[in-house]
Ligand binder design. Structure first.
Ligand code: EPU
Length: 422
């Protein structure tokens, strides 16, 4: 198991290239099942979640290869085992997004019910409701979701909202299944996240007929067959936002290549409010800071609101704010495992239900801390860059799930992070 030793405080300065989006890649990889043949995906990052998804598709019968130029080729000619095994899905909840495509392609799917998770309960009831509306018969057997549609799926008008608004992977599942359903499907309260728009564009490239992309009302005219396609995934807006917060917390200056500010309006708006300069530049932007970190109130919301996946990183930043800030988590009300760890680094955070009150402190002090989930660990790395002393972050495998070799990308621009195997 690896740990990070992070020497701080440092100032980041230089250029970093943002990778392709993990959360766009995962459903797009699953969508490749919908057609028999070879799809080629550009920009899929080398992350442990992507390897787990590759294993999952491999068990179904797909053949996956990485070309020397990094392209991921998925040959889904043969799908002879439409089963998402517990051993794999328990390690990566996004495994659930093979359910819709398998059902649409094979008329049957068995996918392990995802278990608990550090950021909350994460039920899949809305996924199942949507697929049932398309005509699937679904029951639970030995911890597995068994879905059947021997006579195919049928398009319907479906309301897909839930208690926390739209669902990202729920929308992905229903969208993929509806692409091969008979007739028209309308998904109301669809997720508008750029990753879902990217999935819809990939599906259209495969021959699907989806309109309303990027809006909460997706209209899908089912087609009989889809073809494999070549596609480049969008840049990772969460990785970009993490690097922006890293530039800000270290009072540094980073030029980010491959970053779409248009997908990050809520984030950029908060950064500017905090006193950080964000300017667009070429295919990316420059983020710079050299003054006090002002306070902010942040409420996480479905897109285009402020993303829950950047809540922890911004909390680390606001921990050094010049007064009191408030963070309200409206997507995953329990996603606060980083709060106690940041407090070990001399932050002053108080949690009240889904709300955290942040009293800004002048400095953070290095400590040994525990990574608990992907974004919480990113927050601890950011805090470590700014804190005085050597911070040890345990369980780095969490961060490897979503950031490709983060130390090798931040060290050339001034970080002092060493990965140690223990
Ligand atoms: N929800 C339900 N029922 C469902 C589905 C969701 O009640 O059937 C609730 C969830 O419990 C949550 C809310 O709806 O309160 C939104 O969850 P959503 O389904 O949108 O989350 P997800 O699709 O499982 C994706 C990302 C997460 C990201 C969320 C929210 C991927 C692979 N995962 O998860 O990313 O936090 O959307 O934006 O795309 C991460 O990358 O660190 C990560 C956790």
């Amino acid at each position: 198991m690896d740990i990070f030793r992070i020497e701080g405080p440092i100032r980041l300065c230089g250029t970093v290239t943002v990778n392709g989006s993990k959360n766009a890649s995962l459903p797009i990889m699953a969508a490749s099942i919908l057609a028999g043949g070879k799809s080629t995906l550009k920009g899929v990052p080398c992350l442990s979640d992507i390897s787990i998804c590759s294993q999952l598709l491999g068990r179904l019968g797909c053949k996956l290869t990485r070309a020397p130029n990094g392209d991921l080729c998925i040959d889904s000619t043969v799908i002879d085992n439409p089963v998402g095994e517990y051993e794999i899905v328990r390690r990566m909840r996004a495994g659930i997004c093979i359910l819709g495509p398998l059902l649409a392609r094979c008329g049957r799917a068995e996918v392990s019910m995802p278990g608990g998770c550090a950021i909350g309960d994460r039920p899949v009831d809305i996924h199942l409701r949507g697929l049932r509306e398309l005509g699937a018969q679904i029951h639970l057997k030995n911890g597995y979701i068994v879905a059947e549609a021997p006579k195919g799926l049928k398009g319907r008008d479906i309301f897909l909202g839930g208690p926390f608004g739209s669902t990202v992977l729920g929308t992905a599942n229903v969208l993929m299944a509806a692409s091969l359903a008979k007739g028209q499907t309308v998904i109301e309260s669809a997720a508008c996240e750029p990753e879902i728009a990217d999935l819809a564009k990939f599906l259209n490239k495969m021959g699907a007929k989806i309109s309303g992309i990027g809006s909460p009302r997706l209209v899908i005219n089912g087609v009989k067959q889809l073809q494999p396609a070549q596609y480049e995934v969008i840049p990772d807006r969460i990785e970009a936002g993490t690097f922006m917060a890293a530039a800000a917390i270290t009072k540094g200056q980073l030029k980010l290549n491959n970053c779409r500010l248009a997908d990050m309006m809520a984030v950029v708006d908060k950064l500017r409010g905090i006193g950080i300069t964000v300017e667009s530049d070429g295919d990316g932007c420059v983020v710079a800071h050299n003054g006090t970190i002002r306070t902010a109130d942040i409420t996480t919301l479905p897109y285009p609101g402020f993303p829950t996946d950047l809540q922890a990183q911004f909390m680390a930043l606001l921990a050094l704010g010049n007064g009191n800030s408030v963070v309200i988590e409206k997507i995953f009300p329990d996603r606060f495992m980083h709060v106690a760890e940041l407090n070990r680094m001399a932050a002053n955070l108080r949690k009240e239900g889904p709300v955290v009150i942040i009293a800004g402190v002048e400095k953070l002090i290095a400590a040994e801390v525990m990574a608990s989930d992907l974004r919480a660990s990113a927050a601890l790395v950011l805090a470590g860059l700014a804190a005085e002393g050597v911070t040890t972050v345990n369980r780095v495998y969490h961060i490897d799930r979503g950031y490709e070799r983060i130390e090798e990308r931040l060290n050339p621009v001034g970080a002092k992070i060493s990965r140690v195997s223990v």
